[in-house]
Design a protein around this ligand. Structure first.
Ligand code: NI
Length: 227
């Protein structure tokens, strides 16, 4: 399931974030590569522990925690601290898979990567190329979203960033472990939750059928979550 989350950050906040990190010290993007990725990855990254990255991480983490669509779709258990990358002219990241398991920097625990996210911090007209292309059972889909918009996709997908041919693409990206490991189960819960929310608006939260469906949602969560 591919989910676009518009306005994860307002355009102003996204561009302000970009402006705040652009002059920080960036390093070779291979700092976080898994084996096999290094030969395909040509970009730069903000060092995870740098003050610039940590300040920016807080802005993103706060937005994630307050976004109902994101929470409904991802059902996050643990979110890997958001990272930031930039692709200048000629830079690219060839087709690759994200590591299945990563060490969570803060806690040192291992997290399973169920979902990957890219939050765009550059408006599409400011660069050419630099599309995020994702392959999966859904076919092949490319994203180049306005600053502040995010795409959520299964970490099990092959994906790439096509070469930037003009300008510079700066984005935030991160992984997360979901409470629900199965993408299929998570997708059904998302559909159900979205319908319940729409029905709640129409009929109120005390409506008997809304309550019944809400109960079903939570009972399915009990069945499927790995907390
Ligand atoms: Ni990746």
């Amino acid at each position: 399931m591919l989910i676009q989350i518009p306005d994860m950050l307002s355009r102003e906040t996204a561009l302000a974030l970009r402006a705040r990190i652009i002059d920080a010290e960036w390093v070779d993007g291979n700092a976080t590569s898994g084996p096999g990725s290094a030969m395909k990855k040509f970009n730069r990254q903000l060092p995870e522990e740098s003050p610039a990255a940590q300040a920016a991480q807080q802005v993103v983490a706060q937005a994630l925690g307050g976004n109902a669509l994101f929470l409904s779709a991802a059902l996050p258990h643990t979110i890997f601290p958001p990272l930031f990358n930039r692709y200048g002219e000629g830079e690219t990241f060839g087709t690759h898979v994200d590591n299945a398991v990563r060490i969570h920097g803060g806690s040192g625990t291992r997290i399973r990567t169920d979902l990957s996210a890219t939050l765009f911090l550059t408006d599409p007209e400011d660069y050419d190329g630099g599309e995020l292309t994702i392959e999966g059972p859904f076919g092949q889909v490319s994203y180049k979203l306005p600053a502040g918009h995010m795409v959520l996709y299964p970490s099990s997908s092959l994906h790439r960033v096509t070469p930037v041919t003009r300008g510079e693409r700066i984005s935030c990206f991160f992984w997360m472990q979901s409470l629900v490991a199965s993408a299929e189960a998570r997708g059904m819960l998302f559909e159900l939750d979205q319908s319940i929310q729409a029905l709640t608006v129409r009929h109120g939260s005390t409506d008997a059928e809304v309550l019944r469906l809400t109960n079903v949602y939570h009972n399915l969560m009990r069945r499927w979550t790995q907390a």
